[in-house]
Design a binder for this molecule. Structure first.
Ligand code: 1HN
Length: 351
């Protein structure tokens, strides 16, 4: 028995021999699996992501203050990153997703660039600023969901008289994991030549598509999902069906041509929870970012109660059970890495 094990020594000797061995092989970039195996292959998800809520009332004054400290042009993007408390210094709100709140003041321009990361804009405050997607201009309203597809040139401008804030959601950590990131600055800035995005809505926003249309990308060719339409759909559902016990009335944004996710790496959703909703417990493997559009309520998660109101942002980590409760009619936008997990047969939920 144990013929090959170093013998004769005390446990201390053995521990010392092991350390010396690890040091020796470590110099040639080798390391023993048995020291880390159980933390690598865990019984259940073991995410560093923690539940957290960012209150609009707290963040909004800081956004305004940032507007006095740096211009959109100098910053390139004037954004306060929402950094998960379990992932400080890593520029992300969950292990796989980035979130930030971007401020653009009247008269400002955030210059053109493109990158391989996909982005979503979810409009939170103000009205009338625009973003462009390869020269098509969307004038944004609160509650609108706008896509900046991978590798499309985009810039933002504000020709209105109010500050505007939206949430940027990006798949940065996913693209970083895969070491597949590219970026390029644009040479142009917004011009009169920009086309309005109403044509985009007309082409793809009515369960129809232009004859002969062939997509070159998996991202939805529809990049503007106005809140007015989403809200009306949820209101109609509310009148015609019982709410689901966990998530109320919930729709996912789709690529209207394929029926698949709107963004290949980011799942996006909007749900309506009626007043006094008492959701039952739910969990899934996709850590999820919620943005409160309307209403008040709470998310009960672990030992915590995240009390939310309009424009708050909160996060539910992978596989932690949570319940959603409301005191008034509530509309929640949310996003996660669900399309990535589904594509890889990894996604699970339980309720
Ligand atoms: C970006 O391009 C934008 O275009 C916002 O508005 C936030 C965060 C990281 C990397 C690129 C934008 C970003 C970003």
């Amino acid at each position: 028995m144990n013929a090959m094990l170093a013998t004769g020594g005390s446990p201390d000797d053995l521990a010392q021999q092991r350390r010396a061995f690890y040091d020796r092989i470590g110099q040639a970039h080798c390391t023993p699996l048995w020291e880390v195996l159980h933390s690598l292959v865990t019984k259940e998800p073991n995410t560093p992501c923690l539940p957290n809520l960012w209150r609009w009332d707290q963040v909004w004054p800081w956004l305004q203050e940032s507007g006095t400290l740096i211009s959109a042009m100098e910053a390139e993007r004037r954004v306060l990153v929402l950094e998960n408390p379990g992932l400080r210094g890593r520029t992300r709100i969950t292990h796989s997703m980035y979130a930030g709140l971007q401020l653009i003041l009247p008269g400002e321009l955030a210059p053109s660039h493109r990158h391989s990361q996909s982005a979503l804009r979810f409009i939170m405050h103000g009205a009338g600023a625009y973003t462009t997607v390869d020269g098509e201009r969307v004038t944004m309203q609160v509650g609108d969901f706008v896509i900046t597809p991978s590798w499309t040139f985009h810039e933002h401008g504000n020709e209105s008289s109010e500050p505007m804030v939206w949430l940027d959601g990006l798949d940065l950590p996913v693209v970083e994991l895969l070491d597949a990131q590219f970026r390029e600055d644009g040479s142009r800035t917004a011009t009169e030549a920009d086309r309005g995005a109403n044509a985009n809505l007309a082409r793809f926003g009515n369960t129809m598509k232009p004859v002969g249309f062939r997509s070159r990308s998996r991202t939805s060719p529809l990049f503007w999902y106005p809140y007015e339409r989403t809200r009306e759909a949820l209101q109609t559902l509310r009148r015609s069906e019982d709410p689901h016990a966990c998530w109320g009335h919930k729709l996912q944004y789709t690529n209207p041509v394929t029926g698949d996710w709107a963004i290949p790496t980011i799942g996006t959703f909007m749900q309506l929870l009626p007043a006094d909703f008492r959701g039952t417990s739910y969990r899934s493997t996709d850590s999820t970012v919620y943005v409160v559009v309307e209403g008040e309520g709470r998310c009960v998660i672990g030992e915590q109660v995240l009390a939310f109101g309009p424009k708050d942002v909160f996060v539910c980590p992978s596989w932690m059970p949570y319940r959603l409760e409301t005191s008034s009619d509530t509309v929640l936008f949310s996003y996660s890495d669900r399309p990535v997990q589904e594509a890889l047969d990894l996604w699970r939920e339980q309720y």
